[in-house]
Design a protein around this ligand. Structure first.
Ligand SMILES: Nc1ncnc2c1ncn2[C@@H]1O[C@H](COP(=O)(O)OP(=O)(O)OP(=O)(O)O)[C@@H](O)[C@H]1O
Length: 314
Protein backbone atom coordinates (compact mmCIF):
# COMPACT_ATOMS: atom_id res chain seq x y z
CA UNK A 1 0.00 0.00 0.00
CA UNK A 2 1.23 3.51 -0.76
CA UNK A 3 2.34 5.38 2.30
CA UNK A 4 3.96 8.66 1.30
CA UNK A 5 6.35 10.08 3.86
CA UNK A 6 7.67 12.96 1.73
CA UNK A 7 5.15 14.89 -0.35
CA UNK A 8 6.06 17.85 -2.51
CA UNK A 9 3.26 19.66 -4.27
CA UNK A 10 4.03 22.25 -6.94
CA UNK A 11 7.04 23.28 -4.90
CA UNK A 12 8.67 26.40 -6.34
CA UNK A 13 11.61 28.52 -5.23
CA UNK A 14 12.56 31.74 -6.93
CA UNK A 15 15.57 33.93 -6.22
CA UNK A 16 14.39 37.25 -7.67
CA UNK A 17 13.40 36.27 -11.20
CA UNK A 18 15.53 33.12 -11.25
CA UNK A 19 13.54 29.90 -10.76
CA UNK A 20 15.74 27.44 -8.86
CA UNK A 21 12.96 24.87 -8.32
CA UNK A 22 10.04 24.85 -10.71
CA UNK A 23 6.68 23.36 -9.67
CA UNK A 24 8.12 20.18 -8.27
CA UNK A 25 5.61 17.50 -7.35
CA UNK A 26 6.89 14.25 -5.91
CA UNK A 27 5.85 11.56 -3.42
CA UNK A 28 8.36 9.34 -1.70
CA UNK A 29 7.09 6.25 0.09
CA UNK A 30 7.99 5.09 3.56
CA UNK A 31 11.06 2.87 3.51
CA UNK A 32 12.12 3.85 0.01
CA UNK A 33 15.66 4.73 -1.02
CA UNK A 34 15.17 7.56 -3.46
CA UNK A 35 17.94 9.16 -5.53
CA UNK A 36 17.66 12.77 -6.58
CA UNK A 37 19.94 13.05 -9.58
CA UNK A 38 21.03 16.09 -11.45
CA UNK A 39 23.94 18.24 -12.54
CA UNK A 40 25.31 21.24 -10.61
CA UNK A 41 22.73 23.93 -10.10
CA UNK A 42 19.76 21.65 -10.86
CA UNK A 43 18.08 22.65 -7.61
CA UNK A 44 18.72 19.54 -5.49
CA UNK A 45 20.13 21.35 -2.46
CA UNK A 46 17.43 24.03 -2.64
CA UNK A 47 14.78 21.27 -2.61
CA UNK A 48 16.44 19.56 0.34
CA UNK A 49 16.61 22.84 2.29
CA UNK A 50 12.88 23.35 1.72
CA UNK A 51 12.16 19.80 2.94
CA UNK A 52 14.06 20.57 6.11
CA UNK A 53 12.25 23.86 6.63
CA UNK A 54 15.53 25.77 6.24
CA UNK A 55 14.41 27.65 3.14
CA UNK A 56 10.94 28.99 2.49
CA UNK A 57 9.21 28.02 -0.77
CA UNK A 58 7.98 30.82 -3.02
CA UNK A 59 4.87 28.70 -3.63
CA UNK A 60 3.70 25.12 -3.28
CA UNK A 61 3.97 22.90 -0.25
CA UNK A 62 6.28 20.38 1.34
CA UNK A 63 5.30 17.79 3.92
CA UNK A 64 7.67 15.37 5.59
CA UNK A 65 6.30 12.73 7.99
CA UNK A 66 2.97 14.50 7.70
CA UNK A 67 4.46 17.78 8.95
CA UNK A 68 4.43 20.99 6.95
CA UNK A 69 8.20 21.72 6.90
CA UNK A 70 7.75 25.42 6.19
CA UNK A 71 5.40 26.02 9.11
CA UNK A 72 6.92 23.60 11.58
CA UNK A 73 10.66 23.35 10.90
CA UNK A 74 11.55 22.39 14.46
CA UNK A 75 9.15 19.46 14.44
CA UNK A 76 10.53 18.29 11.11
CA UNK A 77 14.09 18.41 12.43
CA UNK A 78 13.10 15.96 15.17
CA UNK A 79 12.01 13.40 12.59
CA UNK A 80 14.56 13.94 9.86
CA UNK A 81 18.31 13.36 9.94
CA UNK A 82 20.28 15.49 7.51
CA UNK A 83 23.81 14.79 6.36
CA UNK A 84 25.19 17.72 4.35
CA UNK A 85 27.94 17.15 1.78
CA UNK A 86 30.56 18.50 4.18
CA UNK A 87 29.61 17.47 7.66
CA UNK A 88 31.02 19.48 10.57
CA UNK A 89 32.28 17.93 13.82
CA UNK A 90 34.13 19.12 16.85
CA UNK A 91 37.54 18.29 15.48
CA UNK A 92 39.22 18.07 18.91
CA UNK A 93 36.65 15.64 20.23
CA UNK A 94 36.83 11.95 19.40
CA UNK A 95 34.25 10.26 17.18
CA UNK A 96 32.65 8.78 20.30
CA UNK A 97 32.58 12.14 22.12
CA UNK A 98 31.00 13.83 19.11
CA UNK A 99 28.19 11.26 19.13
CA UNK A 100 27.64 11.66 22.88
CA UNK A 101 27.44 15.42 22.35
CA UNK A 102 24.74 15.05 19.67
CA UNK A 103 22.85 12.51 21.79
CA UNK A 104 22.78 14.93 24.73
CA UNK A 105 21.62 17.77 22.47
CA UNK A 106 18.76 15.48 21.50
CA UNK A 107 17.99 14.92 25.18
CA UNK A 108 18.93 11.26 25.37
CA UNK A 109 19.77 10.11 28.89
CA UNK A 110 23.48 9.57 29.65
CA UNK A 111 23.03 5.80 29.64
CA UNK A 112 21.04 5.79 26.42
CA UNK A 113 23.60 8.11 24.79
CA UNK A 114 26.48 5.79 25.67
CA UNK A 115 24.59 2.72 24.53
CA UNK A 116 23.55 4.22 21.21
CA UNK A 117 26.92 5.84 20.50
CA UNK A 118 28.70 2.50 20.93
CA UNK A 119 26.11 0.60 18.95
CA UNK A 120 26.21 3.09 16.08
CA UNK A 121 29.99 3.26 15.97
CA UNK A 122 29.96 -0.52 15.54
CA UNK A 123 27.21 -0.27 12.94
CA UNK A 124 29.18 2.16 10.76
CA UNK A 125 32.45 0.27 11.26
CA UNK A 126 34.19 2.86 13.41
CA UNK A 127 34.55 1.01 16.73
CA UNK A 128 38.33 0.87 16.34
CA UNK A 129 38.50 4.61 15.60
CA UNK A 130 36.06 5.61 18.36
CA UNK A 131 38.76 7.24 20.47
CA UNK A 132 40.49 9.00 17.62
CA UNK A 133 39.85 12.74 17.18
CA UNK A 134 37.34 13.54 14.45
CA UNK A 135 39.87 15.99 12.98
CA UNK A 136 42.08 13.00 12.14
CA UNK A 137 39.33 11.05 10.34
CA UNK A 138 39.50 10.48 6.58
CA UNK A 139 36.69 11.77 4.37
CA UNK A 140 35.08 8.31 4.25
CA UNK A 141 35.31 7.95 8.04
CA UNK A 142 33.75 11.41 8.48
CA UNK A 143 30.82 10.43 6.31
CA UNK A 144 30.32 7.24 8.30
CA UNK A 145 30.54 9.20 11.56
CA UNK A 146 28.08 11.66 10.03
CA UNK A 147 25.68 8.82 9.37
CA UNK A 148 25.98 7.61 12.98
CA UNK A 149 25.48 11.21 14.13
CA UNK A 150 22.31 11.51 12.07
CA UNK A 151 21.00 8.15 13.34
CA UNK A 152 21.50 8.81 17.00
CA UNK A 153 18.16 10.56 17.31
CA UNK A 154 16.41 7.67 15.52
CA UNK A 155 15.01 9.63 12.58
CA UNK A 156 12.23 8.34 10.35
CA UNK A 157 13.81 9.91 7.29
CA UNK A 158 17.43 10.61 6.44
CA UNK A 159 18.46 13.07 3.75
CA UNK A 160 21.98 12.81 2.42
CA UNK A 161 23.43 15.49 0.17
CA UNK A 162 26.12 13.99 -2.08
CA UNK A 163 27.14 11.39 0.52
CA UNK A 164 29.83 9.79 -1.63
CA UNK A 165 31.68 12.94 -2.62
CA UNK A 166 35.44 12.54 -2.31
CA UNK A 167 35.38 8.96 -1.02
CA UNK A 168 37.49 6.24 -2.64
CA UNK A 169 35.65 3.46 -4.51
CA UNK A 170 35.94 0.89 -1.71
CA UNK A 171 34.64 3.42 0.80
CA UNK A 172 31.76 4.35 -1.50
CA UNK A 173 30.69 0.73 -1.77
CA UNK A 174 30.74 0.27 2.00
CA UNK A 175 28.85 3.50 2.64
CA UNK A 176 26.17 2.72 0.09
CA UNK A 177 25.69 -0.80 1.44
CA UNK A 178 25.34 0.67 4.89
CA UNK A 179 22.68 3.10 3.70
CA UNK A 180 20.80 0.31 1.96
CA UNK A 181 20.90 -1.89 5.06
CA UNK A 182 19.49 0.94 7.17
CA UNK A 183 16.56 1.23 4.90
CA UNK A 184 15.97 -2.51 4.70
CA UNK A 185 16.51 -3.39 8.35
CA UNK A 186 14.92 -0.41 10.03
CA UNK A 187 12.43 0.87 7.49
CA UNK A 188 14.16 4.25 7.39
CA UNK A 189 13.30 6.32 4.33
CA UNK A 190 16.41 7.60 2.56
CA UNK A 191 16.64 10.48 0.14
CA UNK A 192 20.04 11.05 -1.35
CA UNK A 193 21.22 13.54 -3.90
CA UNK A 194 24.03 12.67 -6.24
CA UNK A 195 25.88 13.23 -9.49
CA UNK A 196 27.20 9.69 -9.35
CA UNK A 197 24.65 7.77 -11.30
CA UNK A 198 26.28 4.40 -11.42
CA UNK A 199 26.67 4.42 -7.64
CA UNK A 200 23.14 5.51 -6.92
CA UNK A 201 21.72 2.99 -9.35
CA UNK A 202 22.98 0.18 -7.11
CA UNK A 203 20.94 1.10 -4.07
CA UNK A 204 17.99 3.28 -5.08
CA UNK A 205 14.49 1.87 -5.39
CA UNK A 206 13.60 4.88 -7.54
CA UNK A 207 15.38 7.88 -8.93
CA UNK A 208 14.25 11.30 -10.07
CA UNK A 209 16.18 13.13 -12.76
CA UNK A 210 16.34 16.79 -12.01
CA UNK A 211 17.49 19.46 -14.47
CA UNK A 212 17.17 23.24 -14.31
CA UNK A 213 14.79 23.10 -11.39
CA UNK A 214 12.48 20.57 -13.03
CA UNK A 215 11.92 16.93 -12.41
CA UNK A 216 12.16 15.38 -15.86
CA UNK A 217 11.48 11.76 -15.05
CA UNK A 218 10.87 9.56 -12.04
CA UNK A 219 10.86 5.81 -11.75
CA UNK A 220 12.93 2.71 -11.26
CA UNK A 221 15.67 2.22 -13.79
CA UNK A 222 13.72 -0.17 -16.00
CA UNK A 223 10.63 2.07 -16.02
CA UNK A 224 12.81 5.05 -16.90
CA UNK A 225 14.46 3.20 -19.72
CA UNK A 226 11.08 2.16 -21.08
CA UNK A 227 9.89 5.75 -20.88
CA UNK A 228 12.97 7.27 -22.47
CA UNK A 229 13.91 4.61 -24.97
CA UNK A 230 10.48 3.64 -26.21
CA UNK A 231 11.65 3.90 -29.81
CA UNK A 232 14.89 2.02 -29.46
CA UNK A 233 14.65 0.13 -26.23
CA UNK A 234 16.81 -2.73 -27.47
CA UNK A 235 20.04 -2.20 -29.30
CA UNK A 236 21.74 -5.20 -30.82
CA UNK A 237 25.40 -5.04 -31.63
CA UNK A 238 26.01 -7.61 -34.34
CA UNK A 239 29.26 -8.78 -35.96
CA UNK A 240 28.69 -9.75 -39.61
CA UNK A 241 31.09 -10.90 -42.34
CA UNK A 242 30.31 -11.17 -46.06
CA UNK A 243 27.45 -8.66 -45.95
CA UNK A 244 25.19 -8.69 -48.98
CA UNK A 245 24.50 -5.19 -50.39
CA UNK A 246 20.81 -5.30 -49.45
CA UNK A 247 21.11 -6.77 -45.92
CA UNK A 248 20.63 -3.41 -44.21
CA UNK A 249 17.46 -2.79 -46.19
CA UNK A 250 16.15 -6.27 -45.31
CA UNK A 251 16.79 -5.58 -41.63
CA UNK A 252 15.02 -2.22 -41.83
CA UNK A 253 11.96 -3.99 -43.21
CA UNK A 254 11.49 -6.03 -40.04
CA UNK A 255 8.60 -4.56 -38.04
CA UNK A 256 9.76 -2.57 -34.99
CA UNK A 257 13.35 -2.14 -36.19
CA UNK A 258 13.85 1.62 -35.91
CA UNK A 259 17.38 2.06 -37.24
CA UNK A 260 20.40 0.16 -38.53
CA UNK A 261 23.85 1.71 -38.42
CA UNK A 262 26.97 0.13 -39.88
CA UNK A 263 30.57 0.47 -38.77
CA UNK A 264 32.72 -1.84 -40.94
CA UNK A 265 31.74 -5.36 -39.90
CA UNK A 266 29.61 -4.24 -36.96
CA UNK A 267 25.91 -3.39 -37.18
CA UNK A 268 24.02 -1.47 -34.49
CA UNK A 269 20.34 -2.31 -34.75
CA UNK A 270 17.76 -0.41 -32.67
CA UNK A 271 14.35 -1.95 -32.06
CA UNK A 272 11.35 -1.18 -29.91
CA UNK A 273 11.06 -4.84 -28.83
CA UNK A 274 13.38 -7.80 -28.53
CA UNK A 275 13.95 -9.00 -32.11
CA UNK A 276 17.15 -10.96 -31.54
CA UNK A 277 15.78 -14.15 -33.14
CA UNK A 278 14.33 -12.49 -36.25
CA UNK A 279 17.46 -10.42 -36.81
CA UNK A 280 19.83 -13.39 -36.49
CA UNK A 281 17.66 -15.40 -38.90
CA UNK A 282 17.53 -12.57 -41.48
CA UNK A 283 21.31 -12.19 -41.40
CA UNK A 284 21.97 -15.92 -41.79
CA UNK A 285 19.34 -16.28 -44.55
CA UNK A 286 20.97 -13.44 -46.51
CA UNK A 287 24.11 -15.60 -46.78
CA UNK A 288 26.18 -13.39 -44.45
CA UNK A 289 28.19 -14.87 -41.60
CA UNK A 290 27.09 -13.94 -38.10
CA UNK A 291 30.22 -13.67 -35.92
CA UNK A 292 28.96 -11.96 -32.80
CA UNK A 293 25.75 -10.73 -31.22
CA UNK A 294 25.29 -8.65 -28.09
CA UNK A 295 22.14 -7.09 -26.71
CA UNK A 296 22.91 -3.80 -25.06
CA UNK A 297 21.10 -3.01 -21.83
CA UNK A 298 20.54 0.57 -20.87
CA UNK A 299 21.75 1.69 -17.48
CA UNK A 300 20.96 4.83 -15.64
CA UNK A 301 24.11 6.47 -16.99
CA UNK A 302 22.82 6.24 -20.55
CA UNK A 303 19.39 7.48 -19.53
CA UNK A 304 20.88 10.43 -17.73
CA UNK A 305 23.35 11.39 -20.43
CA UNK A 306 20.70 11.06 -23.04
CA UNK A 307 18.63 13.67 -21.27
CA UNK A 308 21.50 16.06 -21.06
CA UNK A 309 22.68 15.47 -24.62
CA UNK A 310 19.23 16.29 -25.87
CA UNK A 311 18.90 19.16 -23.39
CA UNK A 312 15.30 18.10 -23.12
CA UNK A 313 12.99 19.70 -20.64
CA UNK A 314 9.57 18.21 -21.04
N1 LIG B 1 20.68 31.91 -2.03
C1 LIG B 1 20.65 31.90 -3.37
N2 LIG B 1 20.51 33.04 -4.07
C2 LIG B 1 20.45 33.03 -5.42
N3 LIG B 1 20.54 31.90 -6.18
C3 LIG B 1 20.70 30.75 -5.54
C4 LIG B 1 20.77 30.68 -4.11
N4 LIG B 1 20.89 29.38 -3.75
C5 LIG B 1 20.93 28.66 -4.91
N5 LIG B 1 20.81 29.48 -5.96
C6 LIG B 1 20.79 29.08 -7.39
O1 LIG B 1 19.76 28.12 -7.54
C7 LIG B 1 20.18 27.09 -8.45
C8 LIG B 1 20.02 25.74 -7.79
O2 LIG B 1 21.03 25.59 -6.82
P1 LIG B 1 21.19 24.28 -5.93
O3 LIG B 1 22.32 24.51 -4.99
O4 LIG B 1 19.88 23.93 -5.36
O5 LIG B 1 21.58 23.21 -7.03
P2 LIG B 1 22.13 21.74 -6.83
O6 LIG B 1 21.38 20.87 -7.76
O7 LIG B 1 22.10 21.37 -5.39
O8 LIG B 1 23.61 21.86 -7.32
P3 LIG B 1 24.94 21.20 -6.71
O9 LIG B 1 24.95 19.81 -7.17
O10 LIG B 1 26.01 22.03 -7.33
O11 LIG B 1 24.87 21.35 -5.21
C9 LIG B 1 21.59 27.43 -8.86
O12 LIG B 1 21.58 28.08 -10.11
C10 LIG B 1 22.07 28.36 -7.78
O13 LIG B 1 23.02 29.28 -8.28
Amino acid sequence: MLDPIIELQDLTKKYDQFIAVNRLSLSIQKGEVFGLLGPNGAGKSTTILMMLGLSEPTSGSVRVCGINSTREPILVKQKVGYLPDDVGFYEDLTGYENLIYTAELNRLSKEEAIRRAKELLARVGLSDAADKKAGAYSRGMRQRLGLADVLIKQPEVIILDEPTLGIDPAGVKELLQLIQRLSRDEGITVLLSSHHLHQVQQICDRVGIFVQGRLLAVGDVSALSRQLFAEDLFILEVGVKQLSPDLIEQLMQIDDVTSVKQNNELLFISCSRDLTGEIAETIVRSGARLTYLNQKQYGLDEIYHRYFERGEVK
